[in-house]
Design a protein around this ligand. Sequence first.
Ligand SMILES: NC(=O)c1ccc[n+]([C@@H]2O[C@H](COP(=O)([O-])OP(=O)(O)OC[C@H]3O[C@@H](n4cnc5c(N)ncnc54)[C@H](O)[C@@H]3O)[C@@H](O)[C@H]2O)c1
Ligand SMILES: O=C(O)C(=O)C[C@@H](O)[C@H](O)[C@H](O)COP(=O)(O)O
Ligand SMILES: [Zn+2]
Length: 359
Amino acid sequence: MVKQTIEVGLGERSYPIAIGPGVLSQIGGLLKTAGIAGRYGIISDDRVAALYGNTVLAALVENGVRADLFTFPHGEASKCLQTVEELAGRLAASGFDRTSGLIALGGGVVGDITGFLASIYMRGIPFVQIPTSLLAQVDSSVGGKTGVDLTQGKNLIGTFYQPRAVYIDTEVLQTLPEEEFLGGMAEVIKYGASIDADFFHWLREQRDAIVALDPAVIVPMIRRCCEMKAAVVEQDEQESGLRRILNFGHTIGHAVEAVSGYALNHGFAVAIGMRAVAELAVRSGRASSATAEQIEALLHLYGLPVAIPAQYDRAALRQFMRADKKASNGRLVFVLPVALGKVDITDRIDEAALDAVLA
Ligand SMILES: NC(=O)c1ccc[n+]([C@@H]2O[C@H](COP(=O)([O-])OP(=O)(O)OC[C@H]3O[C@@H](n4cnc5c(N)ncnc54)[C@H](O)[C@@H]3O)[C@@H](O)[C@H]2O)c1
Ligand SMILES: O=C(O)C(=O)C[C@@H](O)[C@H](O)[C@H](O)COP(=O)(O)O
Ligand SMILES: [Zn+2]
């Protein structure tokens, strides 16, 4: 199948997203067009590096590019300042300078860390994304949000820093554990529920082909998500308004993820957060129960969790929600689904309704 390309139009910071099976086998040639003159540091986690690190390394070496591979332990616990500091130290000790570039080879954790590191190493060096999880291919590799977690909450340290290019090889999804694939489907469903009702219905109709990783549906599905994200980011790169819609399900989702001690994957937490906020929309009189039921049914269809586990401390959930970046002047901000494919952003939420949803 031929590789497809989408452009993220951000003026001088515009970049291409190449999507298709076999992109990784062409990566040496593709990277030549990314405009990075010097050495490459490939940043990956231990799991992804074991699967694909040498492929990328060899492709660069074959194309006459000097490259080194740096890894850290997989998992959200690595998404912290300590990992960034350690990687920066290793780059400096290996002689990486301002002509160098980074490659994020992995899921969203690798992408967020690498983008953040690239944005601050020697006050900024270029980087490219090679996302290998579904979640990273449909969401985190596009749009330039980078960062790490604090014990106080998710993504509390970070920058907006766009990659030079995004290279999506859909074949790498063959090795992705099922749970991680389903986590990615939560962000896919997010786009349908919040932006595109037709896409939402398509996801229901194509469920069997999607979970079977049929390229005839996987490639267009990833492409459509990237198109929607690019369109939002082009209009509101630094989230002064519209971009908040990409946070649908995240106000409660991020808190659920944090209370789980990051044991719950991000996508599962977002699924729980989307169902919770759909119920909140109904209880606030902003959405019909039919809309909430359709969202919950699609999450179920993909085997995603929808209930906040009973053992999660509700006071701790509230505390993490208050620490969210979108809270302002002590008021929580929610992205409410008012109809399929349409959301409202509001800080006017009835406390009793929120209490009922969290209960
Ligand atoms: N920057 C953004 O816009 C943005 C958007 C959404 C999510 N995120 C962040 O992304 C992170 C979640 O990303 P994630 O779900 O990719 O998690 P992840 O990066 O931890 O990857 C999930 C697991 O899958 C493994 N893996 C990845 N690709 C693989 C492959 N092809 N084969 C086998 N194993 C593979 C990884 O080693 C890891 O163990 C969270 O930190 C979240 O906050 C950021
Ligand atoms: O790109 C965005 O904008 C998003 O909100 C995408 C989200 O899926 C993602 O989880 C993002 O990292 C959340 O950002 P945050 O600023 O709310 O922490
Ligand atoms: Zn997310």
